[in-house]
Design a protein around this ligand. Structure first.
Ligand code: FES
Length: 292
């Protein structure tokens, strides 16, 4: 983790209310891994200065550039979206536990809901760099929110689902998952909690449907790891990046806790990436409903 003074190089609106910004931050670009985030010191016009977490969308060690993809939702992000190239901002990062791809996995299924694509975008680059094949399923409300394919490498197979059917499959992105569950060695997801919960339910039934071996246990024996443990995360079929409001982002305030099967988990420290079976989905969904 480092504190760096990052210079904004480019800022553009890529979807209504959504911004893609590129910063020169070489120390972060070489150390960032997919799923990790930075804590930015943003201001607003009232003079309030706060840090806010943003997922690292892409990182290029060759150029020293990292990018952030965010939605303008309040004063901090409005302030950020109005920064101009050449202006500087301080960033703390990279933070959190990122995605971990099992070395045996060749076929990766990525499932994104809305802005959840920002958590998965760097994983696309890392997977292609390592010679893996990637299918990306993307879900959103309608055509106006579809992630532009021009922001993805050509090698990615990209399928879209929209609630109203204006582009691609009409319905939920999770409807598309069963077509790829036999092809995929592992799956990685980020999006709204109901989407992740549905995915976790699908994956829990996958072994029964396909009769597949579980990654992490060598055929004919081998040391297994307890399901639901952090050690099992890398071998889990599904890893999810959890989105949660944060305060300190370094594990001190307990403002980002979700419910795991082994007790409370801090999204900023133990996550934001978890194996699907580390999370108590009913308790986490119940807590989210209670907060509204
Ligand atoms: S944001 Fe403070 S403990 Fe996670």
């Amino acid at each position: 983790m480092q504190l760096v003074d990052a210079e904004l190089q480019e800022s553009r609106q890529v979807l209504p209310g959504q911004w893609l910004q590129q910063y020169h931050a070489p120390a972060l670009a070489v150390s960032a891994r997919a799923g990790q985030f930075v804590h930015l010191r943003t201001g607003d016009w009232s003079g309030l200065v706060l840090r806010r977490p943003f997922t690292i969308n892409t990182a290029d060690p060759a150029t020293g550039a990292i990018s952030l993809h965010f939605r303008e939702v309040g004063r901090g992000t409005a302030w950020l979206s109005r920064l101009r190239p050449g202006e500087r901002i301080d960033m703390l990062g990279p933070l959190g536990q990122g995605f971990q791809v099992d070395s045996r996995s060749r076929h990766l299924l990525l499932v994104a809901g809305g802005l959840g694509i920002a958590d998965l975008r760097l994983l696309v680059d890392e997977a292609l760099r390592d010679g893996r094949q990637v299918v990306l399923l993307y879900g959103c409300r309608d055509a106006s929110e579809v992630y532009p394919s021009s922001l993805l490498p050509d090698e990615v197979e990209y399928l879209v689902a929209t609630d109203d059917g204006s582009v691609g499959h009409r319905g939920f992105v999770t409807d598309l998952v069963l077509d790829y569950e036999a092809w995929a060695d592992q799956a990685f997801a980020c999006g709204p909690l109901p989407m992740l919960r549905t995915l976790a339910g699908l994956v829990a039934g996958r072994k029964g449907r396909l009769g597949v071996a579980t990654l992490g246990r060598k055929r004919g024996g081998g040391r297994s790891v307890p399901p639901g443990s952090p050690a099992a995360r890398k071998k889990a079929f599904l890893q999810v990046a959890m989105e949660q409001n944060m305060g300190c982002a370094v594990g001190a305030c307990l403002g980002c806790v979700i419910w795991g099967v082994n007790g409370p988990q801090r999204v900023c420290r133990e996550g934001p990436v978890f194996a699907f079976d580390e999370i108590d989905w009913d308790a986490t969904a119940g807590a989210a409903t209670h907060k509204r």
